[in-house]
Design a protein around this ligand. Structure first.
Ligand SMILES: NC(=O)c1ccc[n+]([C@@H]2O[C@H](COP(=O)([O-])OP(=O)(O)OC[C@H]3O[C@@H](n4cnc5c(N)ncnc54)[C@H](OP(=O)(O)O)[C@@H]3O)[C@@H](O)[C@H]2O)c1
Length: 321
């Protein structure tokens, strides 16, 4: 049985990925930072990405065939205001880990983001030139470069994505949509910010395929179509049987989002669909899949109308952030 080390075991993607890799026949070890990690059958190991020695020790202890690096500071606004911290974790941490991966001869999968693009055109391909509009996107892009420099070309996959799913802490636009609409509250959502969000369940399956087949290179793995955050919220209402009339479109500039948001970071998934067996769904089909296979946790909302606010990356926390 092949061993996989997944960083960010307490994160949204880390948890789903651990279960998917286990189901795919991997012996999975998870890394834990501040939040306790508990996924049945997957032992956890302490790791702080900013501490090179704990990173090297974790890789030496587990001796994985595959490392999937999901851990990062993902809060766009926190990165914008805590630049050094974001750099230490997202750039330096990635460098330590990818160097350790190279020493161990492991296949390294780096989870990157649609925020590496400036959002001017949308429908970005793997060959398009990244130009991040915010500090978070910059740290993730430099993380890509750092990892690529440390590892042989055949041993690194970079996954640029946008995804959503239920978060235990209620962060993310998907959870806020369900919580607000479920409570009968109005929800204001930007109709001029676009992405192509994918359910975390489908992303996890696609990444198991990448790990199993060692598919190197840059992969855009996202939803098959583009939507605004407003359209995402309407689709959530439709699929979950909630009142769509509570969703109101607003321009992003009226929502007081603290950090810069790229306008259209939708990703072209043609190459991924040619290379992968996993099918990437449209927005509505993805939400239907999530409604069946994802577990929705209860979010917390306050009285009145909920505006988008800050929080993690997308609607794919792009519609999810
Ligand atoms: N969410 C999205 O929509 C989205 C979209 C595109 C790309 N991505 C990328 O996908 C990946 C996973 O995102 P996610 O939303 O699943 O993340 P998440 O839920 O925010 O979890 C991030 C994880 O990173 C860990 N972490 C943070 N600082 C650390 C440190 N210094 N040392 C070790 N671990 C640390 C956290 O542990 P503690 O909580 O214990 O600190 C947590 O487990 C990230 O790389 C992100 O950039 C996310």
């Amino acid at each position: 049985m092949k061993t996989a080390l997944v960083t960010g075991g307490a994160g949204l993607l880390g948890g789903y990925l651990a279960r998917a890799l286990s189901a795919g026949g991997f012996a999975v070890h998870l890394t834990a930072h501040r939040t306790p990690v508990s996924v049945a059958g997957c032992p956890s190991i302490g790791l702080d990405l900013t501490d090179r020695r704990t990173v090297e020790a974790a890789v030496e202890d587990v001796s994985p065939a595959v490392i999937v690096h999901t851990a990062a500071i993902t809060d766009v606004d926190h990165c914008q205001t805590h630049r050094d911290e974001a750099w230490r974790v997202n750039v330096c941490g990635t460098q330590y880990l990818s160097r350790a991966a190279a020493s161990a001869g492991a296949f390294f999968i780096y989870v990157s983001t649609d925020h590496v693009f400036d959002g001017a055109t949308g429908n970005y391909r793997e060959t398009d030139r990244p130009a991040p509009a915010n500090w978070y996107g910059l740290t993730k892009l430099v993380g890509e470069l750092a990892a690529s420099r440390c590892l042989p070309e055949a041993d690194i996959a970079i996954v640029r994505t946008s995804f959503y799913g239920p978060r235990r802490d209620g962060r993310g636009f998907f959870g806020r949509c369900l919580a607000a609409l479920g409570a009968g509250q109005g929800l204001e959502a930007a109709d001029d910010l676009f992405s192509s969000p994918l359910p975390v369940t489908v992303l996890a399956k696609a990444m198991v395929e990448l790990a199993g087949r060692r598919l190197a290179g840059i992969h855009h793995i996202a939803g098959a179509d583009r939507s605004s955050r407003y359209e995402f919220a309407l689709a959530v209402a439709k699929v979950y049987g909630l009142d769509a009339s509570l969703v109101r479109p607003r321009p992003a500039k009226d929502l007081n989002l603290p950090g810069p948001r790229p306008r259209d970071v939708s990703l072209c998934v043609r190459q991924a669909q040619e290379r992968l067996r996993v099918r990437l769904p449209t927005l509505v089909n993805g939400l239907e899949e999530m409604a069946v296979s994802g577990t929705v946790t209860e979010g917390t909302v306050t009285e009145g109308t909920v505006t988008e606010g800050a929080a993690t990356e997308g609607a794919g926390d792009g519609a999810g952030r």
